[in-house]
Ligand binder design. Structure first.
Ligand code: HXC
Ligand code: NAP
Length: 267
């Protein structure tokens, strides 16, 4: 039977979104809330995550904000337990907490490298691993937020490239282990997204932004809504046979510029 895509497609669902005090992950949380889910958001900062949750409760949705550091398994576990206590078993988990700075490997201390790997990769393991016992199974959907750097090596991003590559492989391993329990595990790989901390750090000047856009097939940055829509689809029953997949949502940026510099624009 065909599966229709309902307006309030997440009605009755509970979502837990890690790293959602700002940016792409907050956009996902708000989109889920608007589509009927009860949403718990976590980040390190009590003040920022309380404000993030308030954007949703002010709009009339059910949401809670909890301070937790994804590097600390116990604090993540505590936040999940509180979410289950307030909203019930969890249907959807987003692991999107991340850290980044631009530096050559020789300008990075061991602790600098470790800090990003700890937040991105160990943090994702902690969030997904800790969530398992709180999930509504079968039917749960777990999504990590990775990046093109997982497969495209980049200068000054050794820490992010290594961490996100680990997330891609973790996604596939957990999909294999948890598929029999009816738990789907996927990742979204956003391209450059407008108005985010990530791009503010990677392309801080208009010239750099222009250069990046000229090498994207769609010739523009994506929006937070582009990623939130993909997360909504992957979390819905419409995606019930999708697992172990890294979904590129990047305007074709991973394709390369296909010789556009040499051939010019096709008008
Ligand atoms: C070299 C640096 C550095 C820099 C920090 N470090 N910034 N090294 N160049 N610019 C080093 C520090 O010297 C220290 O090492 C170690 O990193 C830890 O620094 P802390 O400040 O103590 O860490 P912490 O407070 O945990 O903060 C983590 C952080 C910070 C990653 C450094 O920037 C942060 O909180 N970021 C969260 C927000 C964020 O980054 N958003 C963007 C996500 S976008 P030593 O040896 O001195 O102790 C993203 C991009 C993906 O992920 C791709 C996009 C296209
Ligand atoms: P962002 O706004 O800085 O989001 C990162 C979030 O992670 C913040 O809410 C931060 O909140 C939280 N965080 C950081 N360390 C944490 C920790 N140890 N424990 C818990 N939470 C922590 O950045 P963004 O640009 O929107 O990026 C969001 C995600 O998309 C990341 O996974 C990033 O790698 C990915 N991505 C972004 C782009 C892009 O174009 N921006 C492209 C590809 C992939 P606190 O500071 O309050 O803790």
């Amino acid at each position: 039977m065909a599966k229709a895509f309902k307006d309030k497609v997440l009605e009755g669902k509970v979502a837990f979104v890690a790293g959602a005090s700002s940016g792409i992950n907050l956009g996902i949380a708000q989109h889920f809330a608007a589509h009927g889910a009860k949403v718990a958001v976590i980040s390190r900062s009590h003040e920022k995550i309380t404000a993030a949750a308030k954007t949703m409760t002010d709009a009339g949705h059910d949401a809670i904000g909890l301070a937790a550091d994804v590097r600390d398994f116990e604090s993540v576990d505590k936040a999940l337990a509180e979410t289950q206590k307030q909203f019930g078993n969890i249907d959807i988990v987003i692991s999107g907490a991340a850290g980044n700075f631009v530096a050559p490997a020789l300008g990075m201390s061991s602790n600098g490298f470790k800090t990003v790997v700890d937040i991105d990769l160990i943090g994702t393991f902690n969030v997904l691993r800790a969530s398992f016992q709180y999930l509504n199974r079968p039917g749960a959907s777990l999504i990590s937020i990775t990046a093109p750097q997982a497969v495209n090596p980049s200068v000054f991003q050794a820490h992010v490239c290594a961490a996100k590559a680990g997330i891609n492989m973790l996604t596939k391993c957990l999909a294999m282990e948890w598929g029999p329990a009816g738990v789907r595990v996927n990742a979204i790989s956003p391209g450059p997204i407008a108005d985010t901390e990530g791009m503010a750090r990677l392309a801080p000047t208009p010239e750099m932004e222009k250069g990046i856009k000229s090498r994207i097939a769609m010739r523009d940055y994506g929006t937070k809504t582009d990623i939130a829509d993909m997360a909504l689809f992957l979390s819905s029953e419409n995606a019930s046979y999708v697992t172990g997949t890294i979904v590129d949502c990047d305007g074709g940026s991973k394709l390369g510029d296909a010789g556009a510099d040499a051939l010019g624009e096709f008008k």
